[in-house]
Design a protein around this ligand. Structure first.
Ligand code: ADQ
Length: 459
């Protein structure tokens, strides 16, 4: 069996359960073949030389973790700049938040080149290489330019935008051409595949040369949707463990007179958190029976605080929550509890189980794993209802959720009311169907399907 090499911007120790389903699933695959995991160490070196970084290697079981430091200039241009201030907003359709600073692209290329240079000597002839996410789009092209002939696959965790939005990036053609250096490009949804295909037909005169294979820019690539899943068994175990049970019981007791609505996200503008607060306000306004009876808990973990758009979002959210609490709150009832923190992973299932409604309302999201976690955490005998944005990749699979348009405040409020009123048999029937689909396409299915397609790509 070939050795697996995984490359992602950040790494996690796959042996630690806090690493979450994705890291555990990748770790499992790496452990099977005695693999290598390569990426940025997370360390920023003040005053270092651009394009240079010290490499550190250590073992975690059968897996070698190899990480490279970044100097301040590279970090600011590659990570904070091009990755998080150009690619992240544009791929989430937020051209208004993109910062097309011309100096970022040089840093993005420089770091990808450095990663390729550092990785190359570590590679073996029969390795299979799996590159993850938007930070590393040009990595295969850089590796190929240095003579790398191994099979290389790429998985994009965030959405692929429609061609005209993509075209707003000054280097869009270079980026898309770079993807043709891979043997396989995996995307989250069929909508993403359609956007990719339309782009390369329009801009690269692509032809289809077989099922899911496209030829453009003088190369051929296979493009397919692999909707990422969660580790259902691990999450179920976590849900049954004492910490989750204790969290569930505490919350249930504390809010015994209330119906809980729950949102758990990274504090990111793509997650539609202010829109959710507005919809909740609308709910309290249109359906006054929920006053003094429903409580929305929003747990938003700190994220990219040093990018401007994120500090603006934080302020906006604090203002919105404050005004809902000020306008509707009672001495013994706070309508919104907003917590700007990461909760321990072991507490997430208990929180989800205690909530009558799970609110997952991103404006755009590659997949959104919280939607799947919420469903898996429910008691099948008395499950809560998932309210899910139609703009999350997960909506392609989770049709039995209540699908909403988060820009439509009234419509979302109506759907939340529908969720709160839904009779038990309907909740059970929807939950059963959602569970079956989440279980069938779990994270192990995702990993195996991708790696199998990569093995076969180009044969
Ligand atoms: P993210 O944007 O980070 O991932 P998501 O898919 O929702 O988003 O995964 C977040 C994970 O972090 C979940 O396991 C969740 O439980 C946890 N989490 C989020 N907020 C938390 C909080 N406040 N406290 C504790 N835990 C929290 C990117 C893409 C997604 C895609 C994933 C995987 O943006 O679209 O689904 O990668 O491909």
């Amino acid at each position: 069996m070939s050795r697996l090499v995984v490359i992602s911007n950040r790494l996690a120790d796959p042996r630690k359960p806090a690493a979450g389903g994705l890291a555990v699933a990748l770790g499992e695959a790496l452990n099977q073949t005695g693999g290598l995991w390569f990426g940025w160490s997370g360390t920023v070196v003040e005053g270092g030389t651009p394009g240079e970084g010290e490499m550190h290697t250590r073992s975690a079981g059968a897996v070698t973790l190899a990480t490279v430091d970044l100097c301040r200039e590279d970090h600011d241009a590659y990570y904070q700049g091009y990755s998080n201030s150009v690619l992240w907003p544009v791929f989430h359709y937020r051209l208004d938040l993109a910062d097309f600073n011309a100096s970022y692209i040089a840093g993005y290329r420089r770091v990808n080149q450095m990663f390729a240079r550092k990785l190359l000597p570590l590679l073996r002839d029969d390795d299979v290489i799996w590159v993850h996410d938007y930070h590393l789009i040009p990595l295969a092209a850089e590796l190929r330019a240095m003579g790398c002939c191994q099979r290389i696959g790429f998985f994009l965790h965030i959405p692929m935008p429609p061609p005209l939005i993509m075209a707003a990036i000054p280097q869009h053609e270079w980026l898309m051409r770079s993807l043709f250096a891979y043997d396989l490009v995996g995307l989250q949804s069929e909508a993403d595949v359609a956007h990719f295909t339309r782009y390369v037909r329009n801009e690269g005169s692509a032809e289809e040369v077989g099922a899911q294979r496209l030829r453009a820019f003088g190369a051929t690539v296979q493009v397919q949707a692999f909707p990422i899943g969660i580790d259902v068994d691990e999450f179920t175990r976590l849900a049954q463990a004492p910490d989750a049970v204790e969290t569930y019981e505490n919350i249930r007791d504390e809010y015994s007179r209330r119906r809980l609505l729950l949102g758990i996200d990274r504090l990111d503008y793509s997650k539609g958190i202010p829109h959710r607060v507005r919809a909740y306000r609308e709910l309290l306004d249109r359906y006054p029976e929920n006053r003094n009876s429903a409580t929305m808990i929003m747990i938003a973990s700190p994220s990219r605080d040093d990018v401007h758009a994120y500090s603006d979002l934080r302020q906006e959210l604090e203002g919105l929550c404050g005004s809902v609490n000020g306008d509707y709150g009672e001495l013994d009832w706070m309508p919104v509890r907003y917590i700007h923190r990461t909760v321990a992973r072991k507490r997430v299932p208990g929180l989800c189980r205690a909530a009558a409604v799970g609110l997952v309302t991103p404006l755009r999201d590659g997949m959104n794993l919280v939607a799947k976690e919420y469903v898996v955490a429910q008691d099948p005998e008395d499950p809560g209802v998932l309210v899910l944005s139609r703009f999350a990749g997960a909506a392609e699979q989770l049709k039995e959720a209540l699908l909403v348009n988060p820009y439509d405040t009234q419509g979302t409020a109506d759907s939340i009311q529908h969720a709160l009123q839904m009779p038990l048999p309907e909740r059970q029937a929807r939950h059963q169907k959602l569970m079956a689909r989440i279980r069938e396409h779990d994270v192990h299915w995702w990993r195996k399907a991708f790696l199998q397609a990569l093995q076969e790509a180009g044969d």
